[in-house]
Design a protein around this ligand. Sequence first.
Ligand code: RRO
Length: 295
Amino acid sequence: MVSIRPGPVNVGGIQTPNHLLLAAGILGTTGASLARMLSYGAGAVVTKSIGPEPKDGHAGPCLAILDDGVLNAMGLPNPSKDFVEEISPLKGKPVIASIYGGNPEEFAMVAEWFRGSAAAIELNLSCPHAEGYGAAVGSDPHLVEACTLAVSRLGMPTWVKLTPNVTDITAIGKAAERGGASAIVAINTVKAMRISTGLRRPVLGNRYGGLSGKAIFPVAVRCVYELYESCHIPIIGCGGVSSADNVLEMMMAGAVAVEIGSAVYSDVRVFETIARTLYADDGVPAHDLVGCAHG
Ligand code: RRO
C-alpha cells in the first residue's frame, strides 16, 4: 500500500495537522468530547449540527446498529445558540461548526453566532429525515446556492455537506460552488429503513433514517468521483471511511481529506489507527494522489 508523507494540510480554508477529520454527529455534542477526539489524533472536528431553535429530536428508537453500518434518525437534536459557549474553550483549535437552517437568513444567523469560536462553518444541507431542513433544502440547487452565499459572504471558510439522495449530485455541488463555498463535503447519510419482522413495524421511531458506515463507502466514492469531474473547489470525502486504504481510495477519487464518523463507534482511536498505516516519512505527497483515478 502506498503511504503519504505527513505534514500540515490546507482543507477548505483551514490548516489541519493531517487529512483525517471527525464527521458531524459523532461525539460532537460537547466541548469535552470534541477536545478528546482532537487529543486522539483527529486533524479537525465537526460539531453536531446546530440550528436556529433548540430541538429535542425524533421519538425513539433513534439508532439501529446493522451488520455493515448504522441507521439513525436522531432528528437534529441540539441546544441551538447555547452550544456556542460549549465550544468556546476550544477557540483557536480546528473546530468546524455544523449548522442547519430552513432558509438563507437562518443559515446566516446561526453562522454568525460562531464567528470567532469556530474555524469554519459546515452547512448541513443533507440530513435525509428533517422536514424543512437538511436535504429538504439541499436538494434544490437554487436554495443551496442562496444558503451558501448567505454564509460565505460572512467571510468564514464555508463547507457545504451534500446529500447523496438526489439524481445528480454534481448539480448541487456546482450550486455550492456558485454560492462561494470553500469546500464540498460528500456525503451525508443515505436515506434508508429497516423493518422488524418480529414486531412487523419499522425499527426506527421516525420510520425512515440515514444509513452510514461501511455499507455506504462505494456510494461516497462514486459521489466524490463525480463531483471531482464537475467542480473546482476542494472535496472532503465522507461516508464509511474506516481504513487507511479507504482514505487513499477517497483521495484517488478526488478528495483532499476525509471525515470519519461511524468507524469511531468501533475504534475511538481510529484516527491514530489509520494514521499509523497511512503516513510514512518516505511517502508520496498527498497531492500526487488526489484525483489520480481520473483518466
Ligand atoms: O440528527 C440527525 O438525525 C442527522 C443529521 Br443532523 C444528519 O445530518 N444526518 C443524519 O443521518 N442524521
